[in-house]
Design a protein around this ligand. Structure first.
Ligand code: PBG
Length: 330
């Protein structure tokens, strides 16, 4: 009689085919959403896409290079594209954010026409890329962010983005009541079918560092800890998610991803809407930098991080590797 245990987990790991059969989590191109940056060119001058030094492989697109890259991403089968705009001129109220001729609205019209049938076109909805002070909202005289004045701006931006063809608007400013304000603005303007993806649990994170170079939006003074969440908390994330759903969010998101996988899991267990996770700029930069030094196997680490985020419960992942990984999976 055998003295070994009857249960031998290694049996299911013996061949690649057995491992594939037993796998609980799979990645599909349609689970991946590609964040893209488009920058307004100099008036009259011919712009070139500009590399983002802290995010090797990521560029600030021109309208033309954006169209080409969006086609490639859609051909690779990504689930969506989310657009961030960098206007040539910034001011106190972020006027370019809802200008129908602003860079994002122009680029959204290009994308909706070019790839709008093949993939989901999303617009990040915030003010920090458009304000000269770099905060996500309107400021009061003493320099604090005025929640309710900001909501009125967000409503107008949502309508401008919807009119430019965005299928999804994604408010990322963490103002109280932002989802409700955006939902009513959209509905009143006849855009009842535009989806709201709420960045519900967005933490005040140092992992956004490289993004602030890419989007040229580092705050001029102070930081975002008065509106973004404290990394110490996860009950608060659930409160934010439930508030957003009550205000009409169609999908919710946790951000960043890798340092917050417990939050992804709690949210996925608590709600029955699609849950996204944003693998942010700093997560991308860490892996690229280590790989460039020969310290990590880049391709395996990328797949492992994305599988981990999906395993934690994310239905889809925003990642700067979306197009590359989608084509690898096809
Ligand atoms: C705000 C916004 C930020 C990111 C997405 N939307 C930056 C911030 O809050 O400072 C970060 C994304 C990333 O780091 O990849 N509009």
């Amino acid at each position: 009689m055998s003295t070994f245990p009857v249960s031998r987990p290694r049996r299911l790991r013996r061949t690649a085919a057995l491992r594939r059969l037993a796998a609980e989590t799979a990645l599909h191109p349609s689970d991946l959403v590609l964040p893209m940056f488009v920058k307004e060119g100099p008036t009259g001058g011919r712009a070139e896409p500009e590399p983002v030094p802290s995010m090797p492989g990521v560029v600030q697109h021109t309208r033309d290079s954006l169209r080409k890259a969006a086609h490639e991403a859609a051909d690779a089968g990504v689930g969506g594209i989310i657009l961030f705009g960098i206007p040539a001129v910034k001011d106190g109220r972020g006027s370019a954010a809802d200008d129908p001729d602003g860079i994002v609205q122009r680029a959204l019209r290009d994308l909706a026409a070019d790839v709008g049938d093949a993939t989901v076109v999303m617009a990040d909805l915030c003010l920090d890329e458009y304000t000269d002070h770099g905060h996500c909202g309107m400021l009061t005289a003493d320099g604090s962010v005025d929640n309710d004045a900001t909501l009125r701006r967000y409503g107008r931006i949502a309508v401008a983005q919807a009119e430019a063809g965005a299928h999804v608007v994604a408010p990322s400013g963490m103002m109280d009541g932002q989802v409700g304000a955006i939902r009513s603005a959209l509905d009143e303007a006849g855009h009842g079918s535009v989806v709201i993806l709420a960045y519900s649990a967005k933490y005040s994170s140092a992992f956004y560092g490289p993004f602030r170079d890419a989007a040229e939006c580092a705050p001029r003074f102070g930081d975002r800890s008065g509106y973004q969440q404290d990394p110490a908390n996860s009950d608060e994330a659930l409160r934010e998610v439930l508030l957003d759903l009550g205000e009409g969010a169609d999908m919710v998101m946790v951000k960043p991803a890798m340092a917050y996988l417990d939050v992804v899991r709690r949210v996925a267990d608590a709600v029955h809407v699609p849950v996204g996770a944003y693998q942010v700029s700093g997560e991308y930069a860490m892996v690229e930098a280590a790989a460039a030094n020969g310290w990590l196997d880049r391709d395996r680490v990328i797949m492992e991080t994305l599988t981990g985020i999906r395993r934690a419960g994310a239905d889809f992942v925003l990642t700067y590797w979306a197009a590359e990984v989608a084509s690898r999976l096809r």
